[in-house]
Design a protein around this ligand. Sequence first.
Ligand code: ADP
Length: 356
Amino acid sequence: MVEEIEDHAIILLDKEGNVETWNKGAEKIKGYLAGEIIGKNFRTFYSDTDRQLDLPTRLLNEASTTGSACHEGWRIRKDGSRFWGDITITAVHDESGEVTGFAKITRDLTERTQSERTIKKHLQELETRNKELEQFVYIASHDLQEPLLNVNNFVELLQHEYAPQLDETAAMYLDVINQSTERMRDLIKGLLDYARLGKEKYLSTVDCHQLVGTLVKDLATNIALSGAEIQCADLPTLAAYPVELRQLFQNLIGNAIKFRKLDTAPQISISAERADRFWKFAVRDNGIGINPAFKDKIFLIFRRLHGRDTYDGNGIGLAHCKKIVEMHGGEITVESKPGEGSTFFFTIPNVDLQSH
Ligand code: ADP
């Protein structure tokens, strides 16, 4: 049976490490036929460096004293090519307990190791790119603030020092410039907040029920003005980034109030369901709804479906929400029927706070 096994090299070595038996797996992984290798020492499979470091002897010694030795590393085939081996050496004893030799099992993990390495490399590249991009947004938006401040200052000077010389149209033009720079300031602030989001994040235990309760109190004026009714089911306590999670709920509840139908008071319900490895939250409203064609686009930064004259905003809220949910390792989606309301779903994985 051992001889026929193809995906594991299973061989016996004598006390010095000389090969005594050879199976099909060994032939396939290491490239030698039984006749070519039996009687030779297993050190043949090791690189010069590993031999200089005495790795083969150390493994045999470890197996002799502790019963077995495990190791993963590069080994050499007959044709000189390398493979990544996962090796277990077990000592074989006689009746009196003396070590008489070793059983050695080798698995070829080259492909797995290489794909793991490729994935790791891609991940590292992605992380670097992401950091560069965030840095770029941060610097760009930071630097944009300065000339804007200049424009503001000089408009103010014109308004104050030249007021008598300005006719009504000129004053109106200056007002428009002021409104635009104010809006630009808001956009830049949003962009900066977006870039900063998650820079210093602290995972801690968050009681979502309490968090939403406080939020509803903070939004009291907005809620009273719109006549909104907010129902909150029993929400879980979980490991999350508290500041960011609060912002997530605030944006979703804020939108549910903002995008209400003209003649209908907002009815908002917040709930959570536990799935296998995550919590799935839902924030449901009875507002204007979203055309399904735009259900992905609305999560992009600065994407809005309405003019600011109908609904105020700058299109950053949902981009923030997406980033926050993804920071937690979850996903955010929306289901909606135009004219009837929308439900935003997001998941937060159940993580063990201890492991962070
Ligand atoms: P803002 O609220 O500043 O417009 P968001 O990023 O929060 O920006 O939202 C993007 C767009 O998604 C909104 O302009 C709106 O068209 C749509 N939207 C978001 N939430 C809702 C909702 N609860 N009901 C209907 N439309 C919504």
